[in-house]
Design a protein around this ligand. Structure first.
Ligand SMILES: [Zn+2]
Ligand SMILES: [Zn+2]
Length: 298
């Protein structure tokens, strides 16, 4: 796509007040939007994180210069956070929104990445790396469902090339109410109080509500780390960067209190054959051997 074509897409997004087409382009080819970030800063689209993934250092510096005179500085800070430039890393106020760009500043001032540059589609196929029962929920007794089961070395920029497996499971009943933690074998670990909203015991007919779509295996590499899609069947991804349906929600590890890095997402549409909404976001702390699942829906 030529730069003129992208320019027309930007015009059209302003015209119809809908950034969806631009967002799709930004997810697959982030650099195509790099020349348009300052124009987008003058729009209502400041909070669409996937428009700003390939920001230039010059643009970041210009946005920082504009901050004081702008009447929506948080919108500019969000763009800077999503852009994840070295310039943004150094500008202290951006840190407050940094999870929008899957990074954070450590107490010592270093920058820590919370997602992987490796992104691989999870698609129906074998060998399965997602799917099947895995023990029971410690809160309600419902079967836990395996969402991911891959070697840590699949995401070497997060976990290196050493041994170990990422096994992540959730309770599809309780998972809508609270973050579900599990140990290195995928077993439920009770780190939080059982949320009051959770029904005491599931009814037999609820077993019919267990995921019933074909198990997911590894598919093709995504064209960019941002190309997974939380909203759709076919959007499930190992690694990459989360597309949040609500606000960014990286859990803290209950053992060491560190923010847990994102290792993938599995959409409701890929779990259930006929219906299925929302998205399960997956996190893994290799040091503590703990994983977590956060569920969001619109
Ligand atoms: Zn449960
Ligand atoms: Zn930890």
């Amino acid at each position: 796509m030529e730069i003129e074509d992208v320019s027309r897409l930007v015009d059209r997004a302003f015209e119809i007040d809908d950034p969806t087409e631009l967002e799709t382009l930004g997810k697959e080819r982030p650099a195509a939007l790099t020349p348009f970030h300052l124009r987008l800063a003058d729009s209502e689209f400041r909070w669409v994180a996937d428009l700003y993934r390939a920001m230039s250092e010059e643009t970041a510096a210009e946005l920082i210069r504009r901050l004081d005179a702008d009447d929506d500085p948080d919108g500019l800070l969000h763009m800077l956070a999503a852009g994840a430039t070295a310039t943004a890393f150094r500008h202290e106020p951006v840190g407050r929104l940094s999870h929008a760009g899957s990074w954070e500043r450590t107490p010592s001032g270093a920058v820590r990445r919370l997602s992987s540059a490796v992104a691989v589609a999870l698609t129906p196929g074998s060998p399965a790396v997602s799917g099947g029962r895995l023990g029971e929920c410690g809160w309600c007794g419902f079967p836990m469902w395996r969402l991911l089961d891959v070697p840590r070395a699949s995401l070497p920029d997060l976990f290196g090339s050493g041994p170990g497996q990422i096994v992540i499971a959730t309770c599809t009943l309780c998972g809508s109410y609270a973050t579900i933690f599990n140990d290195s074998a995928g077993r439920f670990v009770a780190f939080a109080e059982r949320p009051a909203a959770i029904p005491g015991k599931w009814a037999p007919h609820e077993l019919d509500g267990l995921p019933d779509a074909p198990a997911l295996g590894l598919g093709a590499a995504r064209p960019s780390p941002f190309a997974g899609n939380a909203w759709e069947e076919g959007g499930s991804t190992l690694g990459g960067s989360p597309q949040w349906i609500q606000d960014p929600e990286f859990p803290s590890c209950p053992r060491c209190s560190e923010t847990m890095p994102f290792v993938g997402m599995v959409t409701g549409g890929d779990l259930w054959a006929d219906y299925g909404e929302g998205c399960f976001y997956l996190f893994h702390d290799a040091g503590c051997g703990l994983s977590a699942v956060v569920y969001q829906q619109s």
